[in-house]
Structure formats: C-alpha cells, structure tokens
Design a protein around this ligand. Structure first.
Ligand SMILES: NC(=O)c1ccc[n+]([C@@H]2O[C@H](COP(=O)([O-])OP(=O)(O)OC[C@H]3O[C@@H](n4cnc5c(N)ncnc54)[C@H](O)[C@@H]3O)[C@@H](O)[C@H]2O)c1
Length: 383
C-alpha cells in the first residue's frame, strides 16, 4: 500500500485530533498543516511534533497551501460554512477529501458538493461517527433480522450545554475565545465565531443525531417541520441564539422522526454518550439508550410485554488497538480508516457525499421551517 500524503486544513482541536489519529494508522503521512491563525497553527504543530516526532509544513492560507503543498488529499476541520467550499475546490483539483461535519449549512453547498463528488474520480468521506457506537451495531442487527418489526418512530437529541463556548474569535491572534460574556460583541477586537453563527439555529447541528438513526431505519428524509424557542438564550443570557430547536421529520420508509438540538441550556448528560440520546420504536420492539447517568440501555418486546435492561455499550467491539482512545468513545478513528480504505482499497465509504448531504439537507430545511413558524418543507432529493 502506498503511503498517502495528506494535508490538514483547520488546525483547531478537531483538526489536531484528526491529524494525530491519521498518523497513528501508519498508512498516511500528514505533510502539511494549514490554518489562518498563526497562533493556532504554531500551537497545534508543536503538539503534533511533540507526539509524533514529525514536522509537517506550515501554511497560513489555503492559497499558499495549494500553491506550494504536494499531497493526495485533505482533511477539513473548520467552520461548516467554509468546509463545503474548500471540499469542492479540492475535489475539482483531483484531491481526496475527509470533511468534518456538518458538511454544509446551505442547500446551495449541498448541491455543489454532490456535483463535485460526481464529476471527479476522488474519494469524499464525511466524518460522522456516532453510528459506530456499539449499541447502534446492535440496533442495526436487530433491524436487519426483523426483530424491531416495522420501525414507526425514531427519536434523538443532542443537547450539549457548556457554560462557556468559543463564542468569539480574537481578530488579533485568530484564536477562539471561550467566554460567557456577550459584551465582547461590542469590542472591535472580537468577531463572532462560526459556533456563534450556527447556534442561532442549533438544528443545523442535527446530522450527528440523524446519522445513526438513519443507519437503522434506512430511507431518506422527505419532509420536515421545526419549532424553536425565541432567538435569545434563557441561560446564556445576552446571546442571540435559540436554546432549543425540535424538528419533526418523515422518511420514505414511513417512519416519523423527532430530533432536537441545543447548546445553551443545561439538561444533564447520559451514561456513555454525554449529550446524545436516542430511541427507536418498531411494531415488535422498542430500543432506547440510557436517558440519564442513573439509567441504562433497555429494550421492550411486544411479544412478552416486558422491558429488559441491556448491556449494550458505546466502545465498538473490535480488536483494533487504533480505535481505543481515538475520541468520542473510540469511534473517531473510524471515519479516518474509512477514508484510507476508500482510497487505498477501493472500499465504498458509508458516509459518502450523498449520505452526508442527506443528513445536512433536512437540517437546513428544519432551520428554514423554524424561520417560517414551523412551515412544512419538502427536502430535495439528491439521488
Ligand atoms: N465529528 C465530531 O464529533 C466533531 C466534534 C467537534 C467538532 N467537529 C467539527 O469539526 C470542525 C472544526 O471544529 P473545531 O472545534 O476544531 O473548530 P475551531 O473553530 O476551533 O477550529 C477551526 C480552525 O480552522 C481555522 N480556519 C477557519 N477557516 C480557515 C480557512 N479558510 N483556512 C485555514 N484555516 C481556517 C481557524 O483559524 C481555526 O483554527 C467543525 O466543522 C465542527 O463541527 C466535529
């Protein structure tokens, strides 16, 4: 297998984590880091070199990278507003792309991604990984064996409160500013971060929730309606963001979905999955993840009318030492391996461009529905 050369664009916390995971595989070399914050670039490069002993080239702009960098593909870990533009540009230059998620926050970007992925003989993988948690393997297995019956309902939430988010970027250093102080928006030195902009409609972060559910239910989301609280947080006071958005969705397998997201009000974590929670109701059985840290995963069988506590876990059952400690319960390595397998072995990735836009588009439709007071929106088909 030829060692691949990969450049990282966006060297913040997620980008650095991807670079370290990629290095661990021994199947690819991280040849360049690109970030337009000199401080972030230097800090992340120093940490990468300290851990791996390697020093990739450093670029402070995308233009510089493409002019001087020599590589087979890129890993993108930046704002979901910017990722699709760079992904399209790189695919059109014949480069493979592993893209962080959400892969897009506008319908135009969804269309552009699909167009570029179809026009070029390159690999595109979206870094969704929640579907790799062990209990989702179990739920997919049950669905495939018919043990759930017809799935009539799927629900998920991602309610991730932090007292301080990186609401701003310091224009002088390009570094994120973790704060709970909204008054920084009055100061010339700071600008809103992408999280600040995206949290106006937290439902745009829905793909993390929809992704694992759809791998069990199958089908494509066709219709969406969404409501949210007012555009002013009750807890993170002074921030013009919605504490909660909840979308009702329908797919072409006749399943109803309820999915909610929020980042600015506290709701308590769940055992193993932190801010994420899921349940699926079929005509023969219901499966649900622990609702809190004092609850456990469980299953209800219609035949016996009994609930049973289940020992499903989060960490994938795998002998592969690469997965352990890779992040998010051991699943962060999985998109990276899928990316390498697709390029080096021709294995079709589960999270290809179509799968990714079929997660992003319902979220975009939900945000639009919320703007229009819950109006029903049809989600375009990209098939
Ligand atoms: N899959 C997951 O579980 C998961 C978890 C966390 C974050 N993410 C995703 O990862 C991405 C990055 O998250 P983060 O927390 O590291 O964000 P971040 O904002 O901390 O880091 C992004 C970095 O990209 C740089 N950047 C932005 N635009 C650039 C450009 N045009 N050229 C070069 N550099 C640029 C910024 O300076 C910043 O250092 C986001 O899309 C986020 O949604 C995914």
């Amino acid at each position: 297998m030829r060692m691949l050369k990969i450049a990282l664009i966006g060297a913040g916390p997620m980008g650095l984590s991807m670079a370290l995971n990629l290095h661990k595989t021994g199947r690819a070399k991280v040849v360049a880091f690109c970030d337009h914050s000199a401080r972030v670039l230097a800090d992340s490069l120093a940490k990468f070199t300290e851990t791996t002993g390697e020093t990739p080239m450093a670029f402070s702009s995308y233009d510089q990278l493409i002019k001087n960098g020599k590589y087979d593909g890129v890993m993108l870990a930046l704002s979901p507003e910017t990722q699709p533009k760079l992904a399209v540009s790189e695919m059109n230059r014949g480069k493979h792309v592993l893209c962080q998620v959400p892969v897009a926050v506008t319908m135009d970007d969804c269309h552009a991604l699909i167009k570029a992925a179809r026009a070029n003989d390159v690999v595109f993988v979206g870094a969704e990984q929640a579907h790799c948690w062990h209990f989702f393997d179990k739920w997919r297995e049950m669905a495939a064996k018919g043990e759930l019956g017809h799935i009539i309902f799927a629900e998920g939430e991602y309610l991730h409160y932090e007292p301080k988010w990186d609401w701003f970027v310091d224009k002088q250093t390009g570094q994120p500013v973790m704060t709970d102080d909204p008054s920084l928006s009055q100061e010339e030195r700071y600008e809103k971060s992408w999280r600040h902009r995206v949290f106006r409609h937290p439902i745009l972060y829905l793909p993390h929730t929809l992704n694992p559910l759809l791998t069990v239910t199958g089908g494509r989301i066709t219709k969406v309606s969404c409501f949210g609280t007012k555009e002013e947080s009750y807890t993170s006071t002074g921030f013009q963001v919605r504490d909660l958005e909840t979308a009702m969705m329908y797919n072409d397998n006749d399943t109803v979905f309820v999915v909610k997201t929020g980042f600015t009000s506290p709701h308590g974590f769940k055992a193993g999955t932190g801010a994420h929670w899921y349940q699926i109701k079929g005509t023969k059985a219901t499966v649900e993840w622990a609702r809190s840290e004092i609850d456990c995963p469980k299953r209800f069988d219609a035949a016996t009318k009994e609930w049973t506590a289940e020992d499903w876990g989060v960490q994938p059952i795998s002998d592969d030492p690469l997965l352990k400690d890779s992040g998010h319960g051991g699943v962060d390595m999985i998109p990276i391996l899928a990316f390498l397998d697709a390029i080096q072995k021709g294995v079709k990735p589960r999270m290809d461009a179509l799968a990714c836009v079929e997660l992003a588009a319902p979220a975009i439709a939900a945000a639009e529905s919320c703007e229009q007071g819950g109006k029903l929106i049809e989600v375009p088909s990209f098939r």
